[in-house]
Structure formats: C-alpha cells, structure tokens
Design a protein around this ligand. Structure first.
Ligand code: SAJ
Length: 408
C-alpha cells in the first residue's frame, strides 16, 4: 500500500478514487462500516457526478480498498470533517483522532498531509502531537497542509484541474508533498508554508462570504429604498471594475457558512468584516422568514382566510440535494415554528423524501398556492410559468422581481 486516506466522505472518496485511477495503491479508511462495505462493492454512498465510475473501476482493478483500520503506507492523507462547536469554535477532534489512528504506522520519510479545512496552526499542532508520541521520528517525517477547493457537483473535474496550494512545515516537506500531488493533479501546484496554506483556504471561502454579504446587504437597503436590487446589481456590474455577486436567502453549505468562523474565533478583534459578513448573511435568512410571515398576515387581512403558501426549495444552493447548513431549510423551519397550523407546501425536487418535512410536488404546490416563495433557484423553478394572480416572493432572483412590489 502506498497511500492511506483517512475519511471517505465528499472529498476523501473522490480523492482516493482519483489517486487509485492513476495506478497508485490506496487504502481508504472510514469509521463507518456501511461506507466501507459499500465502497468495497464498487459502489458509492454520496451523490457526485462521475464518482461512481471512478470508484467502481478503481475497486475492480484492485487499486482501491476500503477498511475501518489503517495499514502501513508511505503517504497518509487526512480528509475528515472539521465542524464547529456550539459557540462557533472550530472542532479539530476528528483530525486529532485520525492522526492518533495512524501514529503507530509512521516511519522515516513518510508523508503526512492534512486536507481538512483547519484553523491556523493545526498542522504544527499535529506535528507536535506526532513527535510527542514518536520522538524517534523528530524531523524525519514530511508534514504538510494542502486544502481541497473543489466545488460540489464538479468534484472529479476540479480535483484534477484546479491549482493547489501546498504548505509544508519545512521545505523538505513542501517538496515531498508537491511531488505527491504532481502524480494526479494537472492544475498548477503552488508551494508555501503550512500556516499560509491553512489561512489560504479560510481566506478563499471568507472572501466569497463577504462578497455575498455585500449583495445581501444591498438587497435589504433596496427593499427599503424601493429599488429593484437585481436591476441595480446588473447596472453596477457594467462598471469595468465592479463585480457584485447575487443576493439570496442566506449563505449555506458546510464550507462558506462555516470556515469564516475559524478566523473569527481565533482573531476576533481583527476580523471585523469577516465576522460581520457572517452576521449579515445569517440575518438575511431571518429577514426572509419575517417577510413571509408579514405577507401571510397581509393576505389574511385582505382575504379573511389563511393563505396556502408554497415554500420552494430546501437545498443550500441550486440543483443539488445537499441540505447541510441550508438557509432555505432554516427559513422553512422558522416559518413553520411561527405558525404550525398554517397551510404550507414544502418543495424540494432534488430529494424524494425527508424525515421531517412532508414534501409536495413542485408543480402541484405552485398550482394550489396563494403565495409562492422562491427560496432556491433550482432549474425546475426557473422553467415554471407563474400565474400573474399569485403573490410571488422571489428571494433568489428567479424572476428578478422585488420582494415588496410582489409579482401581481
Ligand atoms: N450564494 C449566494 N450568492 C452568490 C453565490 C452563492 O447567495 O452569488 C450562496 C449559495 O446559494 C450557497 C452559498 O452561497 O448557499 C455557497 O455556495 P457556493 O456555490 O458559493 O460554494 P460551495 O459552498 O458549494 O463551495 C465553496 C467553494 N468555494 C469558493 O467558491 C471560494 C468551493 O470551491 C470550495 O471547495 C468549497 O466551498 C469548500 O469545500 O470549501
């Protein structure tokens, strides 16, 4: 075995399959026996285009094997989740236990790489942990940080063609890690140190979060100022040096809505804009829920009956089935909490059923509703021909109409 990957999730499995496809022996480790069994049958447990073929092929050819325990290898890749705790502090316990798990297998000149999004200093911390337990190896291992930056839905392509930032704890480690990635990455490889590489990952996602917060803030201002925010952004973007992103119902997913907190939690006094962006994007979801509530009350006053409301979309972004940290899901929950005996149709065309929400087909929801709330810009929703006698709250810019003016 050449490579041991710890964590066979959204990034670990595609990465393992890609390395295996390049003819390198990979031993993938996951704590979940169901995941291990599925992969060893050449099947996959997550939704990602082209991943099924890559895994099936690698397992069949004998280059990929999954297990619940690591084995001796030359290279160890840590690809486990780094969530945050209740107070938005990063939780690196999975990285820590993955590292402890491989400790007994490490030997001279091995390469240890963390890919998991991590707070600044994590790689050095893990180096100290390793050398604390295995002092005979001090200075003899190659230890580096190399963040993944692939976009869900396009992972198999981006894993190969995206540039990578690779930071070792010393130059020897950086060079060793560079030659490892050279075997299967076609994008450019950029050497740096471990702390810069850690911060680079957090910076990329914080940058996007801040930019989306700017768009969301504009949407709040425009709503009060009677200006169509979609028109406004389109016009402002005609300037050669302005490029504003799109407002939405908030920011979700397990990356952009999480990673900025890794900076804020360690550097609270210095990260004002990054912290405020998180607040603005979270507030936007709350604001949308309030808008729905107000619209509902307005309808009741005008029509002397409760409206039927279609809540369109649960996923964290368009055309995926992933509900993690989803602002749309937060809004639906909040709306239902405020009014648990209302008439709501909950719609998510990318999933068949949900353990909490009773889902309705999107076409019948739109047909039967008095108020249509567009939360996620799914392709299906874009193709809908919305009747003009319905009230439409467009939070994701499908119809590019204003919240207040309504589509009437
Ligand atoms: N969003 C907006 N307005 C926009 C763009 C996005 O409201 O103009 C919202 C989306 O609806 C979604 C959230 O932002 O709720 C995040 O979506 P996304 O498509 O921007 O990003 P993710 O979370 O799918 O993937 C990001 C990517 N990072 C960057 O683009 C800097 C990806 O390259 C990273 O690998 C990934 O995070 C990760 O794993 O960290």
């Amino acid at each position: 075995v050449k490579v041991v990957t710890i964590g066979l999730g959204y990034i670990g499995l595609p990465t393992s399959a890609l390395i295996a496809q390049n003819g390198i022996q990979v031993h993938g480790v996951d704590i979940n026996p169901h995941v291990v069994d599925t992969i060893n049958q050449g099947k996959i447990h997550i939704v990602e285009p082209s991943l099924d073929i890559a895994v099936e092929e690698s397992v069949k050819r004998g280059f990929l094997k999954a297990d619940i325990q690591p084995v001796v290898a030359d290279t160890y890749l840590i690809v486990v989740p780094t969530p945050f705790k209740g107070n938005h502090e990063p939780d690196i316990s999975y990285v820590e236990s993955a590292t402890k798990n491989i400790l007994p297998f490490l030997k001279d000149d091995d390469l240890y790489i963390i890919e998991s999004t991590s707070p600044i200093g994590t790689t050095e911390k893990m180096m100290n942990l390793i050398y604390g337990e295995r002092p005979e190896l001090i200075g003899k291992l190659n230890i580096a940080y190399c963040p993944e930056r692939v976009l869900p839905g396009n992972v198999m392509h981006e894993l190969v063609f995206n540039d990578r930032v690779i930071g070792g704890v010393d130059e020897k480690s950086t060079n060793k890690a560079l030659s490892f990635y050279k075997q299967f990455v076609k994008g450019e490889l950029h050497p740096t140190n471990a702390r810069t590489a850690e911060m680079c990952k957090l910076t990329e996602n914080s940058s996007r979060d801040v930019q989306i917060a700017f768009a969301n803030e504009l949407s709040l201002i425009c709503d009060k100022a009677d200006i169509n925010v979609w028109d406004l952004i389109n016009l402002a973007n005609k300037h050669p040096r302005v490029n504003i992103l799109q407002p939405g119902c908030g920011v979700g997913g397990h990356c952009i809505a999480v990673d900025p907190y890794f900076i804020v939690s360690d550097y609270p006094m210095e990260s004002k804009i990054i912290g405020t962006a998180r607040e603005v994007n979270n507030y936007k979801s709350f604001w949308c829920a309030e808008k729905i509530q107000n619209e509902k009350l307005k309808f009741e006053l005008e029509n002397k009956r409760k409206p039927k409301i279609a809540l369109m979309g649960l996923a964290f972004k368009p055309n995926i089935d992933d509900l993690r940290e989803s602002p749309a899901k937060y809004i639906v929950n909040k709306v239902l909490q405020n009014d648990n005996n209302g008439n709501y149709f909950i719609v998510e065309p990318n999933i068949e059923e949900h353990n909490v929400f009773k889902l309705t087909n999107y076409k019948s929801a739109v047909e039967n509703a008095d108020i249509i709330v567009l939360l996620v810009a799914h392709q299906e929703f874009k193709e809908l021909n919305l009747e003009s006698n319905k009230i439409v709250l467009d939070f994701c810019g499908i119809k590019k109409i204003e919240y207040e003016f309504r589509f009437k």
